[in-house]
Design a protein around this ligand. Structure first.
Ligand code: KG4
Ligand code: ZN
Length: 338
């Protein structure tokens, strides 16, 4: 039997992503980003994102179909991010998916953005074991999720109580005047710095703290204060040391809690996804600590970690393969989907 051929649309934040997969095989991954337009505001501006999605939507769908070399009429379904995300941005993708699905006579599958960040790893490493433990770290979320069934049962074990991990990277980069988005720049500077140069706090790691929740706002403030003190004293800020020490604090907590969750739940596979999973130190540290704990680590290549349409298509294909019910034509774009 042929594996399902599915087109996926992602518009929850600032990337207009359209991907096409056949089962676990990636055929096309077209992304148009409005990140440069947002850069001068130091963050994503929702109204600008929605307008950019509207302009990029149809050309990106056409580019993906061309890249995959498939006809729209051959698709087995159209999947789309239904939430969570920016309301206006989601609405553009959901409306486009409905229009194409209805016009082509194909089933529509509304999917959860976080579940598709996990499912995308099937395009890299094949079928996900069940259950899978997932650490999702991006600009909008930092969560530990237990997924007994990626299409129907994904359970949140814990999440950040304040800033997301990527948000902390972006805010620290802003204090250091390194531009937006901050993650990739800090990652680069950190390579020249000493991760033990400055002892920054590890949030929520006390014995009485929630074992799977995260907090990065205190760390961000500690870094900002440290920099301010240097500047006030008229001393030069050692950017590389600050970047490396801050990055060490974030990745230390993320990997420690993820491995603890695996141990507690008896899961021997850890998947890491979301934009921060592109971080080189997080990948290296997770590899080292998972190996020591006897846990198999699965991290997709960086391009599949950041928002894209292929991850939506991957989850859509899994839903088709498992005969999950298609969504109704009144599928809502739900910005606060859990
Ligand atoms: O998943 P994503 O593309 O979009 C959201 O859903 O948020 O993640 C974007 C986030 C940004 O905060 C960005 O700074 C961060 O991922 N990021 C990184 C790296 N590359 C992207 N953070 C740390 N190190 C990186 N190499
Ligand atoms: Zn995301």
């Amino acid at each position: 039997a042929d594996e399902p051929l599915v087109l996926g649309i992602e518009t929850s934040c600032d990337e207009t992503g359209v991907g096409i997969v056949r089962g676990h095989t990636l055929l096309a991954d077209a992304v148009a980003s409005s990140v440069d337009t947002h850069a001068r505001f130091g963050g994503v501006v929702p109204e600008i994102a929605s307008r950019a999605h509207l302009e990029a939507m149809v050309p990106t769908i056409e580019r993906a179909l061309k890249e995959a070399g498939v006809a729209a009429s051959d698709l087995d379904g159209i999947a789309v991010t239904a939430g969570p995300g920016l309301a206006g941005a989601l609405l553009v993708g959901v409306s486009a998916a409905k229009a194409y699905a209805y016009a082509l006579g194909k089933p529509l599958y509304g999917v959860n953005h976080l579940a598709s960040h996990i499912c995308v790893d099937q395009l890299e490493h094949g079928a996900l074991p069940e259950p899978t433990m997932a650490l999702l770290v991006s600009g909008g979320h930092s969560s530990l999720l237990l997924a007994p069934d990626i299409t129907a049962d994904v359970r949140p074990l814990g999440s950040t109580i304040d800033d997301a991990a990527g948000e902390a990277f972006d805010k620290v980069a802003r204090v250091l005047n390194l531009g937006f988005p901050g993650g990739p720049v800090i990652d680069r500077y950190a390579k020249q710095g000493d991760p033990d140069a400055i002892a920054f706090p590890r949030g929520l790691t006390g014995p009485r703290d929630a074992p799977y929740d995260f907090s990065f706002s205190g760390l961000k403030t500690a870094v900002a204060r440290w920099i301010e003190a240097k500047r006030n004293a008229g001393e030069e800020v050692p950017v590389a040391h600050v970047a490396a020490s801050f990055q060490e604090a974030v990745t230390d907590v993320l990997t420690r809690k993820a491995i603890r969750a695996c141990r507690d739940e008896g899961v021997d596979h850890l998947m890491i996804g979301g934009g921060v999973a592109a971080n080189s130190r997080l990948r290296a540290m997770a590899e080292e600590r998972c190996a020591a704990a006897g846990i198999t680590l699965r991290v997709p290549r960086p391009k599949l970690c950041t928002d894209n349409g292929a991850m939506v298509a991957a989850l859509g294909a899994e839903m088709v393969a498992r005969n999950r019910a298609a969504s109704a034509w009144d599928l809502p774009a739900d910005s606060s989907l859990p």
